[in-house]
Design a protein around this ligand. Structure first.
Ligand SMILES: Cc1cc2nc3c(=O)[nH]c(=O)nc-3n(C[C@H](O)[C@H](O)[C@H](O)COP(=O)(O)OP(=O)(O)OC[C@H]3O[C@@H](n4cnc5c(N)ncnc54)[C@H](O)[C@@H]3O)c2cc1C
Ligand SMILES: *[C@@H]1O[C@H](CO)[C@@H](O)[C@H](O)[C@H]1NC(C)=O
Ligand SMILES: *[C@@H]1O[C@H](CO)[C@@H](O)[C@H](O)[C@H]1NC(C)=O
Ligand SMILES: *[C@@H]1O[C@H](CO)[C@@H](O)[C@H](O)[C@H]1NC(C)=O
Ligand SMILES: *[C@@H]1O[C@H](CO)[C@@H](O)[C@H](O)[C@H]1NC(C)=O
Length: 468
């Protein structure tokens, strides 16, 4: 058979994309329901959206498979009726660094600087509802952060937010953070650590490694040096803009239900859970961006190495709420402090970190952290009962019909961790060795510190590996 040059090009490019000669499953799909791309990205949150834009801008074709009906994942904005006021009740801002600014510029989003408010106006013991004294030995943010940076800076391999651990793993990283706090007299820094690492839960009990991963050198440098920025019209603006750029390359309300992966490419069956329709994706590479828990990977052709790693995760539940009708005077932030719990009166799980004033009078935002068995309803009940208790003991004049939960969201699973034995036995080294196997790559908060700017930088390194 003879091909004209232009026909030849067409044959070559379709051969390059088809991963195996027309597999039986393709016959079940109309041509328009078979999507051929360079990269299929599972999850269109912080890192998946970034990867999609970057890949598209370097002329790779992509498709994003997102479970929700919006992009952004942990980034959510509540717009009040006037559309002028808003509350970012998930992600509030990103680091003021070159990479982040370039990305926002690429998406045509202008920004303001974001002053991270470390100010707590009142401390209340949420267990009793009563106001308590501020923890006594609090250091200022600048002094505290500098002291803490000095204590952790010897772990230079963790500076990129990646679990790049020395071999063998230093025992100190596996010991409870409480020990490190005592040795380095960091009691006065604990409320600051909680602000960044509250998703860890009981921070004093957690291994030092997970504290540094959530509040390490990149975070301190952003706090003390570069600062933070946030889109002028809410964090959702960033993701709405990305959604426009990506257009039909995003499949919303869709998840992967079956995969076949090999070194030459991947074949992914996806289902829209709104209308039940199915499509077949054929891609050269797969990028998984959500936490790879076994229950999130049903129908995937996992091998024993993958299963052996993914079955080891523990995680925290993490919910967010916006409340009003609380009776708490407008404009104040109420911190949760348990005077019975050691230095800094840290709250114990399950807890609301604080009722945080984010600039819209009458509304407070809350983050609820608990172990993985705590549900959304449990978290809602905690919010309501904590505030009602403050009313019952007269701390605030909580209306009889209050408070109201105006917005609520689940960010579970959060804070993916494994046991210290697993860390000691090379869990993270084995985890990263999965990158590229079966044409499958990973990014997201499981693989790198849970902060957008650092995740974007890590995602760049993963993309580089994909086509090297
Ligand atoms: C309440 C809160 C506040 C935060 N504030 C900040 C902040 O101010 N600054 C900051 O830098 N970081 C903040 N973070 C951290 C934030 O998680 C990261 O910045 C970043 O957004 C994480 O990106 P990701 O891609 O790993 O996860 P996500 O953004 O969660 O993205 C994962 C995506 O995958 C989707 N998904 C899940 N399962 C499936 C499935 N089976 N199929 C298809 N799609 C699926 C999800 O819907 C989601 O869109 C905050 C986190 C939380 C929870
Ligand atoms: C992508 O393709 C366009 C149009 O062919 C070209 O102008 C651009 O330089 C390419 N970009 C990259 C990063 O290769
Ligand atoms: C995966 O391969 C099996 C066995 O060949 C086949 O039955 C199935 O349809 C394939 N699924 C996808 C999504 O390619
Ligand atoms: C609470 O917020 C909702 C949504 O913005 C609003 O409709 C309601 O009037 C508010 N209630 C109070 C008491 O402010
Ligand atoms: C999880 O937290 C709930 C609520 O505090 C508690 O009842 C339960 O025992 C905890 N589960 C585990 C496994 O710790």
């Amino acid at each position: 058979m003879l091909f004209k040059p232009w026909q030849l090009a067409a044959v070559i490019s379709s051969a390059a994309i088809a991963t195996s000669a027309s597999s039986p499953i393709e016959q079940d799909f109309a041509p328009e329901d078979i999507i051929s791309r360079d990269v299929c990205i599972l999850g269109g949150g912080g890192s998946g959206t970034y990867a999609a834009i970057r890949l598209k801008d370097s002329n790779h074709s992509v498709v994003v498979v997102e479970r929700n009906d919006y992009l952004g994942g942990h980034a959510e904005t509540f717009y009040l009726d006037d559309e002028k006021q808003f509350i970012n009740y998930g992600v509030e801002g990103v680091f003021n660094d070159d990479l982040s600014k370039e990305y926002l510029e690429r998406l045509g989003v202008s920004w303001d600087s974001l002053a991270l408010s470390t100010l707590i106006d009142k401390y209340v013991d949420f267990n009793t509802g009563k106001e308590v004294l501020p923890p006594s030995d609090l250091l200022t943010t600048v002094v505290g952060a500098a002291l803490y940076r000095l204590a952790i800076q010897k772990y230079t391999t963790l500076d990129q937010g990646v679990y790049n651990l020395p071999d063998p793993v230093p025992e100190e990283l596996l010991e409870p953070f409480s020990k490190f706090v005592e040795e380095h007299a960091l009691q006065g820094v604990l409320r600051l650590v909680l602000m960044f690492a509250q998703n860890v839960g009981n921070i004093l009990d957690a291994p030092l490694l997970y504290i540094i991963q959530n509040f390490g050198v990149p975070h301190i440098n952003a706090l003390l040096e570069g600062g933070y920025i946030t889109p002028k019209n809410g964090i959702a603006e960033l993701y709405d803009s990305a959604a426009k750029v990506l257009g039909n390359d995003v499949l919303f309300q869709t998840t992967a239900i079956e995969t076949n992966r090999s070194d030459s490419g991947v074949s992914i069956l996806v289902e829209n859970h709104a209308d039940g329709s199915r499509k077949l994706i054929k891609a050269k590479k797969l990028l998984i961006t959500f936490p790879p828990l076994l229950e999130s990977l049903k129908g995937f052709d996992l091998d024993t190495k993958e299963t052996g790693l993914f079955e080891k995760w523990n995680w925290m539940s993490y919910h967010v709420a916006i409340v009003n009708n609380t009776g708490i005077p407008s404009g104040i932030t109420v911190g949760n402090a348990d005077p019975n719990n050691g230095p800094a009166s840290l709250p114990h799980t399950p807890f609301q970190w604080e009722l945080e004033y984010l600039g819209v009078p009458g509304y407070l935002a809350s983050k609820i952290i608990a172990n993985s068995s705590v549900t959304g309803d449990d978290a809602k009940n905690l919010v309501i009962s904590d505030i009602k208790r403050m009313g019952a003991v007269g701390t605030f004049d909580v209306p009889a019909d209050g408070p109201n939960i105006v917005q609520f969201g689940s960010h579970s699973p959060e804070t993916l961790i494994v046991s210290t034995d697993n860390i000691r036995n090379g869990f993270y080294k084995n985890l990263y060795s999965l990158q590229g196997r079966h044409s499958t790559f990973y990014t997201g908060l499981t693989f790198c510190t849970d902060y957008s700017s650092v995740l974007w930088a890590y995602t760049n390194t993963v993309i580089e590996k994909m086509f090297s």
